[in-house]
Design a protein around this ligand. Structure first.
Ligand code: GUN
Length: 282
C-alpha cells in the first residue's frame, strides 16, 4: 500500500487560523522584526513569506532590508535597538549573511527571549537540558508532522540524516526528549542505508536531492523530508518521493510538507515570545 501523504500545507493552515483567531482578541499584538541583509534571492522569498504570514496572522511586523555592505557594527546596533523595543517580541536575522559578517556573533546578539529562530546558544543549550524556551521552527515542524500521523514517538528507532545546528541536532534532541532511540547520520557516515533501513521514523535534512532511495527505507516508516533543492527549475526534497512512497507508511511532500509547517511554527514562536516578554519585564 502506498504511503499516506502528510499534508503540511493543510495542517499549517489550521494552525495559522488558530493563531489569527487568538491574535484578533488581543489588545497588544505580537511584534516580529525581520532583518534581511543583501539580496540573496532564496532569502528574499523566505522573508517575503514570513512577512506575509505575520501580517495575515494580525502581527505587528517591521522589515529591514539592509545593504549588502552594511558593517557588522551597524547590524549589531540595529539588533540591539530591536532587543530594546517593547513592541517587538521576536527578532529574526535571515541567514546566510554576507561573508564579511560573523553569523554567530550577530545571531548571538539577539536576546534569548526574542530569539524566535531558537538559534542562540542559550536557546539550543536549554533544548539540550530539557528546559526549552524556544525551539527552532524547522525541528518543531518535523516533530509536529510526525505526531500528526498518530504514530507514537516513544520507543521508536528514529534516524536523523543531517547534523546542522538549526535542523539536524535540535530535531535529534527533541526526538530523544520524546523517548525515541535516536541515531544521527551525516556526510561521513559509512553505509548510511544500514541505519536508515532500521528507522521507524526517518527525518532527512541533508540538502542533497534524492539522497534517500526506496532501498534505504523500512516498510511502513514515517519519512519527513526537510530538504529543499532546486533541480531543473523544480523544487525537490532529499528523498526520492515517488519511489519511497511505495514503501513508507507516511511521507511529507516537497513542496507542501515541512516548509509551510516551519512557517506556522515561526508564528507560534513569535506568539510565545510575546508571552515571554511579560515574564521578562517583571
Ligand atoms: N535561512 C534558512 N532558514 C532559516 C531560518 O529558519 N531562519 C533564519 N534566520 N535564516 C534562515
Amino acid at each position: 500500500m502506498p504511503a499516506k501523504i502528510i499534508d503540511g500545507s493543510k495542517i499549517a493552515k489550521s494552525i495559522l487560523e488558530e493563531i489569527k483567531h487568538k491574535v484578533k482578541n488581543m489588545k497588544q499584538k505580537p511584534g516580529l522584526a525581520l532583518v534581511m541583509v543583501g539580496s540573496n534571492p532564496a532569502s528574499e522569498v523566505y522573508v517575503n513569506f514570513k512577512e506575509k504570514d505575520s501580517k495575515e496572522a494580525g502581527f505587528y511586523c517591521e522589515r529591514y532590508n539592509l545593504k549588502e555592505d552594511i558593517s557588522e557594527m551597524d547590524l549589531l546596533k540595529l539588533v540591539t535597538e530591536l532587543n530594546q523595543k517593547p513592541e517587538i517580541h521576536g527578532v529574526l536575522v535571515q541567514l546566510p549573511l554576507p561573508k564579511h559578517l560573523d553569523e554567530k556573533l550577530v545571531t548571538n546578539s539577539i536576546l534569548p527571549q526574542k530569539d524566535v529562530d531558537g538559534f542562540t546558544p542559550l536557546s539550543l543549550g536549554r533544548l539540550l537540558c530539557e528546559d526549552t524556551i524556544m525551539a527552532p521552527a524547522t525541528a518543531r515542524a518535523a516533530i509536529n508532522l510526525i505526531e500528526s500521523t498518530g504514530i507514537k514517538i516513544e520507543g521508536k528507532n528514529a534516524v536523523v540524516v543531517g547534523r546542522s545546528n538549526i535542523v539536524g541536532k535540535p530535531t535529534a534532541l527533541m526526538l530523544l526528549e520524546k523517548n525515541a532511540t535516536v541515531t544521527v547520520c551525516h556526510s561521513k557516515t559509512k553505509n548510511m542505508a544500514e541505519f536508515t533501513k532500521k528507522a521507524d521514523i526517518l527525518v532527512v535534512a541533508a540538502g542533497r536531492p534524492n539522497l534517500i532511495t526506496k532501498e534505504m527505507v523500512k516498510e511502513g516508516a514515517v519519512v519527513i523530508d526537510v530538504g529543499i533543492n532546486r533541480v531543473g527549475g523544480k523544487l525537490v526534497g532529499d528523498v526520492d518521493f515517488e519511489k519511497v512512497k511505495e514503501v513508507a507508511g507516511f511521507i511529507t511532500p516537497v513542496p507542501g510538507g515541512v516548509g509551510p509547517m516551519t512557517r506556522a511554527m515561526l508564528m507560534e514562536n513569535t506568539l510565545k515570545a510575546m508571552e515571554l516578554s511579560k515574564k521578562f519585564s517583571k
